[in-house]
Every structure is written in structure tokens, then in C-alpha cells.
Design a protein around this ligand. Sequence first.
Ligand code: E4P
Length: 215
Amino acid sequence: MQFFIDTADIQQIKKANEIGIVDGVTTNPSLIAKEGRDFHQVIKEISEIIDGPISAEVISLDWEGMLKEARQLTKLAPNVVVKIPMTEDGLKAVKILSKENIKTNVTLVFSINQGVLAAKAGATYVSPFAGRLDDIGHNGMDIIGEMVEIFDNYMFDTEVIAASIRHPQHVLDAMKVGSHIATIPYEVFQKMFNHPLTDKGIKAFMKDWEQFQQN
Ligand code: E4P
């Protein structure tokens, strides 16, 4: 399973990359806005750190505008994946981009039908949002698992990115249901590292070592 980091924060991307746990990056307009800097500049900086896929989202809602933005975004770095919202115009743009061998990530996916339509249009990735589905009383992970199964049944090449990950249990569940990728916020990565017994164990080892040194 691949782990992407879901952030546009350069420091977080650098730190996670140095540890060696990052296969790619996903951003969205809200994450970019948080940085308060030029969108293209941020994507360029990320591409200087990460070799894997970097999702950068279009702002246009019409397919012609999406295509224009997509072509500009892919000029920033060879590993840029164009993130496109799950709309009729979005899928039309995905179809055209897939013929141009431009990689796409269809975002804001909340149902299996949406995922299947995106796969049929030729999306490289689809991003079902687990956390936001959970928020309205659905089980986001069930949808992700069924989507993976259906893509397998019909041999779609499209990969599923478990998105809107809110806590370590989401990551575990995404792995259990066979999601190809999970895109994880930095704060969730940090929680995945921690375990009270690890801290307790380190303390005990250090204490024993110090006592041994004094003898
Ligand atoms: C995915 O690509 C999105 O950037 C992200 O996972 C959205 O997560 P949120 O629902 O926590 O905003």
C-alpha cells in the first residue's frame, strides 16, 4: 500500500519525506490557501522534494477551463497529477486528458457510482472521502472497499486513494479493505508513530543503561 501525504505545507512534506514514508502528495484549494502563497510556486517546491505523484487541483468548473489549467499544471513538473472534481465537466476533461497521457485524480467522490464513472472516463486515481462520509452518518470505508472490489472485478487500472483520513484507525481500515493508497495528513502520521508502550520501553532501557554505566 502506498502512503501519500495530504498537505501543501513544505516543512511537513520535507520532514515526512526525510523519514522515508511518503510515496506522493495530495493538495487541494483549501490546503493551498492555508499556505497563503502562489499556487504554482508551492507545487514547484513540492516537486523539488518528492519524486512520486503530486496532485494539484484545478479551480475552473467548466471543462475547457479545466483543460487549460491542467496543461499549465503539468508543465510545472513531470510528476504533477491533475486533480479534477467529480462533475460531468470534470469527467469530460478527464477523458480528454487521459488521451493526452496526462494523469488525473478525480476528487470529491462520495459514491461507488461516481468512482466507476471516473474510472470509465480514464482517471488514474479516484479519491473517495472517508471522513466526510463518516461525518454524515455513512461508513466511508465500506464504500472504499466496495470500490476496490468492483475495480478488480472489471480490471480497471484506476487506483483508489482513501482520502479525508482523520485518524490512524482510518489508515488501518483503508489497508484492510485493500485501498491502493491512503492520503494522510501529517498530524495523523505523527499519531501513527506513537505508542505509550514504546515511550515507556525507551525510558526503561535508558534508565537501565545509565545504571549500568554508573557501576
Ligand atoms: C484529498 O485529496 C483531500 O485533499 C483531503 O483528503 C480532504 O480531507 P478533509 O475532508 O479532511 O478536508
